[in-house]
Design a protein around this ligand. Sequence first.
Ligand code: UDP
Length: 326
Amino acid sequence: MILVTGGAGYIGSHTVRALEAAGFTPVILDNFSTGHRSFVGGTPLFEADICSPSDMHSVFAKYPIEGVLHFAGKALVPESYENPELYYRTNVTGGLNLLSAMKAHGVRHLIFSSTCATYGVPESVPITEAHPQRPINPYGETKRAFERALHWFNESCGLQYLSLRYFNAAGADASGQIGEDHDPETHLIPLALDAAAGRRHDVKIFGTDYPTPDGTCLRDYIHVSDLARAHVTGLRALLDGRVKSQPINLGTGRGYSVREVVESVRRVTGREFTVRETSRREGDPPVLVAAVDRARELLEWTAVESDLDRIVASAWKWLMVRPRSN
Ligand code: UDP
């Protein structure tokens, strides 16, 4: 079985479905702090907290786990400034609890949800995996700290891992059963879609004075279904010993500005809504765009569902059907 920590969350739930479709048997571990019970479906569930060392030992004692996909964690930049302890405790200490339990139970394969936020402000774009990591917010710092732990567990006890550094995950599964649903929502695409749906007064553009073509930040938006598929491909390669332990970027290699995203939301939804230009948000680098050669060469993976309008259309479809949480 494959343990999926955070399997009731946004990217985790999409990956659980992709694992099942590929013939793996996942077991979800989630504490539902941000995950959704309705995302679990018929998959085995172990309700537990990665911050509890005994919970982590119990899940390995209960199930015959051969590999782990580790999504559980805190992932909001603004929240990481308000509560850095929570980020260190969950993303670093919680992760170490997992590694201790894996070591004790002889489980040696792990895929970690890492992030382009570990790079900080890039010196050059597109960003390769060899680019220096100098995170500029607590969230990125904690993700980088756990990446370093993986490196040393690999050196010292043979842990085999991939740190998948996601760029901007967005969109929703074609089934309409799962999608992005954060509370509070802080991400651009769902917020702009909320404005288009009349569920918010407006969408704000955080900063129009960045050194970019239209003054707003550029991001590399990647469809969550593309991310899910990359995890399955990465897991297979890791279990078969076809790939060495290392970080791999997951993105499209193309950046879109905040204004371009807002335009895409207008185009796809056909709705008008208010856009307010405000000051910069703390911790946002101007440009984050992935170099994607390593994923292509080692995993034979490229994004195929990540056309911006297609991402936005899938998120719009999900917004129309999802249970209302606000
Ligand atoms: N952004 C924005 N308005 C919002 C939310 C986000 O202008 O209401 C910008 C944000 O500054 C960043 C980009 O949109 O440049 C993507 O932000 P998001 O929070 O979606 O993802 P992140 O890049 O933080 O992972």
